[in-house]
Design a binder for this molecule. Structure first.
Ligand code: ZN
Ligand code: MN
Length: 503
């Protein structure tokens, strides 16, 4: 007989050791003028079925012609992600039936994708980490089924059918919710830098499906692999993190209930339910789908020649990681500040122009959050706020020179600059916001504060530095918040240390 170790008591479960493996598939709509295989415009919000033709309606005999611009955009992305570029690429038919797929197949790429391998660098609190990529390929989008609440009716809108998509598939290198969020953030920044897609998840032009499973350390040094779960309907960076967290919890609970038998389960697809913050089962994959792929007979294979490669490379600007490194080197920003500023190209551009116009790099970097907040509130891009980098730099310089308090600049001057287009100096004058540097006035306000609160003064003299806060508060109130806090502090300390009554 072999002795079996007693199971741990149910009241004190030992959490198993495990690794989280997440691979992410992203579908990205390219911002081309026309569709992937026909000349219909790519546009959102037109009346249903007005942007269609025999090709994207799947009429017999209609012939697809690949969109050169879409090919170049995809090549630029593959170049930026350091994929190995195909010399010869081809399209394939992926056959399946769905009401919003009029041809009964999707034109995609199977064995000769445009790009293979490659990497996306992500930044988390733990630093920079490369996430390896499997592939990048081009395909076409489907139409949209519209399910109406009343009348049991479903309609199909084919305006989106044939919109160019790039699919990017990562290796399962992502190991946490934070890394999943960082991956999407990095990919989105990349496509926006390349100016090939809006990369907007809410509007569905960047769609993501994380594949999640666990490798659990089982009894006797075995590794128990939970079945891979693919999560659909994830429509924000935040929700990708939620989907990963929820799946890890759920798969651990399943292991707690089933033990090693959990590994015998089937792969499955779950949906993410935003309202209830949970995932729910959509379908189990008993067998792999059989899409009966075969080469698209209507599109000959395409040779990617040197002219194409050159044109694609020309479309690749200085990318976020290179720009980050340069901002650290050239402007002395911290890694954190450089990362914040470089996440979006318009922010990095605005920042750099402001610094060239004389703003200090560190203060300008700190201000970018404030500017982006205004941009978000107004739903306007940074370059349409009514405050260009030059006038913004003038405001930052005034704060740096102590001519106005940061708070007043952010709360009063910047919003008014955006509204009226006035110069910051003018607004500061009009609103009387200039910081009080008049030392005579400050000295008397400081002396008043000390007289009013002798206890705080005594505490400070006894070595309690926090006591200064109460006195500073009094002076700031007395001066209507216009005193320069640094000067107030200096004046108070000077008075308190020099006229110590005990000396
Ligand atoms: Zn069409
Ligand atoms: Mn796909």
């Amino acid at each position: 007989m072999t002795a079996t170790p007693p199971p741990p008591p149910a009241s004190t479960p030992v959490p198993p050791k495990y690794r989280v493996l997440v691979g992410i598939e992203v579908h990205l709509q390219l911002r081309t003028r026309s569709k992937m295989f026909c000349r219909c415009p790519v546009r959102f919000g037109s009346p249903p079925n007005t942007l269609t033709c025999p090709v994207c309606l799947g009429m017999p005999g209609a012939l697809p012609v690949p969109n050169r611009d879409a090919m170049l955009m995809a090549l630029a992305l593959a170049t930026a992600m350091q994929c190995e570029l195909a010399e010869l690429t081809k399209f394939d038919r992926k056959n399946y039936f769905y009401p919003d797929l009029p041809k009964g197949y999707q034109i995609s790429q199977l064995d000769r994708p445009l790009g293979s391998g490659g990497v996306i660098e992500i930044i988390t609190e733990d630093g920079v980490r490369p996430i390896r990529l499997q592939r990048l390929h081009i395909e076409e989008d489907t139409g949209k089924s519209l399910h109406e609440d009343a009348g049991n009716v479903s309609r199909v809108d084919l305006n989106r059918a044939g919109t160019p998509l790039v699919e990017v598939v990562s290796e399962p290198d992502i190991t946490s919710a934070a890394e999943a969020r960082a991956y999407l953030t990095a990919l989105r920044a990349l496509v926006r830098y390349l100016d090939i897609s809006d990369g907007n998840m809410q509007e569905g032009n960047l769609r993501c499906e994380p594949n999640i499973n666990l490798h659990i350390e089982g009894p006797g040094g075995t590794t128990i692999k939970t079945p891979i779960v693919e999560v659909k309907n994830v429509n924000s960076v935040r929700n990708v993190g939620r989907a990963v967290t929820l799946e890890v919890e759920r798969q651990l609970a399943e292991y707690a209930a089933l033990g090693p038998a959990v590994a015998d389960g089937h792969r499955s697809t779950r949906g993410y339910d935003d309202t209830h913050d949970r995932t729910f089962l959509m379908r189990r994959k008993e067998d792999a789908h059989d899409y009966r792929y075969f080469p698209e007979p209507d599109i000959p294979p395409i040779t990617i020649g040197s002219a194409w490669l050159r044109e694609a490379a020309e479309r690749v600007p200085e990318l976020p990681h290179a720009r980050r490194a340069r901002f650290v080197e050239e402007y002395g920003l911290s890694d954190y500040d450089a990362d914040q500023v470089c996440r979006e190209r318009p922010t990095a551009d605005f920042f750099e122009q402001a610094v060239k116009a004389g703003a200090g790099a560190k203060p300008a970097a700190n201000w970018m959050d404030e500017l982006n907040r205004h941009a978000n509130e107004r739903g306007a891009p940074l370059d349409q706020l009514g405050v260009g980098p030059e006038r913004f730099a003038a405001l930052v310089k005034m704060v740096e020179a102590g001519k106005i308090a940061h708070k007043a600049a952010a709360r009063e001057v910047l919003p008014r600059m955006m509204e009226t287009g006035e110069e910051p100096e003018q607004i500061v004058d009009e609103l009387g916001l200039g910081q009080i540097d008049d030392s005579a006035l400050l000295w008397s306000a400081a002396q008043d504060a000390i007289d009013q609160n002798p206890k705080a003064a005594a505490d400070f003299r006894a070595g309690k530095e926090q006591a200064l806060g109460a006195l500073m508060g009094l002076v700031m109130r007395e001066t209507g918040g216009k005193a320069n806090p640094k000067v107030v502090r200096r004046v108070l300390v000077e008075i308190l240390t020099e006229s110590d009554p005990e000396n």
